[in-house]
Design a protein around this ligand. Structure first.
Ligand code: KG4
Ligand code: ZN
Length: 363
C-alpha cells in the first residue's frame, strides 16, 4: 500500500554490508555484500578487515538496493541503521553512512537494535508479528531467548548463552574437523548423511538445578574436540558425518527444548527463530515437531532473511515509523553493546541536548 512507510535499512554490525528497502512489511530489495571470503583464512571475522570492506561496499550496495526496489532515494520516508550491538568499527561505518544519507536527503534517521531487527524481519515473510512472540535468536554472535510484546519498545531478555554462541560452536567444531569457515552450513550438510545418535554428546545447562533459559555450548565444544582428538591419537579415522550429526543434534536439542519450555512457562503461543543458525535444516525440523506437539505456532524466516541483512533493519525502521516512534538525533553513535531492551535509540528528550545538536547542525 502506498501509504505505508518506505524505509531503507543499513546493516554493518559484522561482516555483511546489507542494504534493504521495505514498504511497511513488504520487501522491495535486499542487497548484501559479504566480506566472508576475506576472513575465511583467519577462521573468524577480523574486525578491521570487516570495517574496510563495509566502506568499500557501502555506496554500491545502496545504489544496488535502490535499483532493485525501483524507487528513488527522495521518496524514502526514513533511513534506518543498526546502531548496535556488534563490532564497534563496523557499526561506525553504517551509522556514519546512514547519517550522511539521511542528512543529505532530509529524511529522519532511526538507529535500531540488531537483535530486535533479527526478530522483526519475520514480518516480511509471515506478516505482522503476534504480540507477544517468543524469539530464539541464534547466530555467530548471540544465542538468546527474548520475549517481545512490542518489537519497537518492549523486548525482554529471558535467557542467553553464558559462554559461546551457538554459531560460534558450529564454527569451532568445523575448524577442528578441517571443514572451513563458516562452519554452520558445512556441518549442516555433512550431518544430513550422519547418525545423530552415533555419539552421546553432552546437553549443556539441562540439569535440574541449571538456569532454565540460559545456554552453554563451551562444554559441548570441548567434549566434541576431545572425542575427535582421542580418535586421531588412536590412529582411527574420524567419522566426520556422525560427529557433525551428533554435535548438531546436541545443539538443536537444547535450543528447541528451552525455547518451547519458555513459551509454555510464559503462556506464549508463537515462537520465532532467527539469526544465522536458524538456517540450520535440523533445527527447523526439530523446532517444528516440538512446537506442533506443544500447540505453539512456529515462524522461521527463509534462510536469506535469517543471516545478517539490511532488510531486517529496514523492517524494524518501517515499524518505528508506523508506530510513530521518535527518530534518532544527528549525534546518534554506534554502541557495540547496545542492550536488547533498547529496540531503538531515540533522540534524547533532554531539552538542552536537543537544542545543542539542532544548533550545531542546522544553523
Ligand atoms: O546471523 P549471522 O549471519 O551473523 C551473526 O550475527 O553472527 O550468523 C552467522 C552464524 C555463523 O556462525 C554460521 O556458522 C551460522 O550462523 N550458520 C549456521 C548455518 N548457516 C549459518 N549454523 C548452523 N547451520 C546452518 N545451516
Ligand atoms: Zn546477526
Amino acid at each position: 500500500m502506498a501509504d505505508e512507510p518506505l524505509v531503507l535499512g543499513i546493516e554493518t554490525s559484522c561482516d555483511e554490508t546489507g542494504v534493504g528497502i521495505v514498504r511497511g512489511t513488504t520487501l522491495l530489495a535486499d542487497a548484501v555484500a559479504s566480506s566472508v571470503d576475506e576472513h575465511a583464512r583467519f577462521g573468524g571475522v577480523v574486525p578491521e578487515v570487516a570495517s574496510r570492506a563495509h566502506l568499500e561496499a557501502m555506496v554500491p550496495t545502496v545504489d544496488r538496493a535502490l535499483k532493485e526496489a525501483g524507487v528513488s532515494a527522495k521518496d524514502l520516508d526514513g533511513i534506518a541503521v543498526t546502531a548496535g550491538p556488534g563490532l564497534a568499527g563496523a557499526l561506525l561505518v553504517g551509522v556514519s553512512a546512514a547519517k550522511a544519507y539521511a542528512y543529505a536527503l532530509g529524511k529522519p534517521l532511526y538507529g535500531v537494535n540488531h537483535l530486535a531487527s533479527h526478530i522483526c524481519v519475520d514480518q516480511l515473510e509471515h506478516g505482522a508479528l503476534p504480540e507477544p512472540t517468543m524469539a530464539l535468536l541464534v547466530s555467530g554472535g548471540h544465542s538468546s531467548l527474548l520475549l517481545s510484546t512490542d518489537i519497537t519498545s518492549d523486548v525482554r531478555p529471558m535467557g542467553s548463552t553464558i559462554d559461546d554462541a551457538a554459531g560460534e560452536a558450529f564454527d569451532k567444531i568445523a575448524r577442528v574437523l578441517n571443514l572451513g569457515f563458516p562452519g554452520g552450513p558445512v556441518i549442516d550438510r555433512y550431518a544430513r548423511e550422519g547418525d545423530p545418535e552415533a555419539i552421546a554428546f553432552p546437553r549443556g545447562l539441562t540439569g535440574p538445578r541449571d538456569p532454565l533459559y540460559d545456554f552453554s555450548f563451551s562444554g559441548l565444544k570441548t567434549a566434541v574436540a576431545r572425542w575427535i582428538e582421542a580418535k586421531r591419537a588412536a590412529g582411527e579415522e574420524v567419522p566426520v558425518r556422525d560427529v557433525a550429526a551428533s554435535f548438531q543434534e546436541a545443539v538443536v536439542d537444547v535450543l528447541t527444548r528451552k525455547a518451547v519450555r519458555a513459551c509454555k512457562d510464559q503462556g506464549v503461543d508463537h515462537l520465532m527463530i532467527g539469526g544465522g543458525v536458524a538456517a540450520n535444516s535440523r533445527l527447523r525440523v526439530l523446532a517444528q515437531e516440538r512446537c506442533e506437539a506443544a500447540g505453539i505456532r512456529l515462524r522461521v524466516p527463509r534462510p536469506k532473511l535469517c543471516t545478517d541483512n539490511g532488510a531486517m533493519v529496514a523492517a524494524l525502521g518501517a515499524e518505528m515509523v508506523t508506530r510513530g516512534r521518535p527518530a534518532s538525533s544527528w549525534d546518534l553513535s554506534a554502541d557495540s553493546s547496545l542492550p536488547v531492551t533498547d529496540p531503538h535509540v531515540p533522540a534524547p528528550t533532554h531539552d538542552h541536548v536537543h537544542e545543542v545538536s539542532g544548533e550545531n547542525l542546522y544553523s
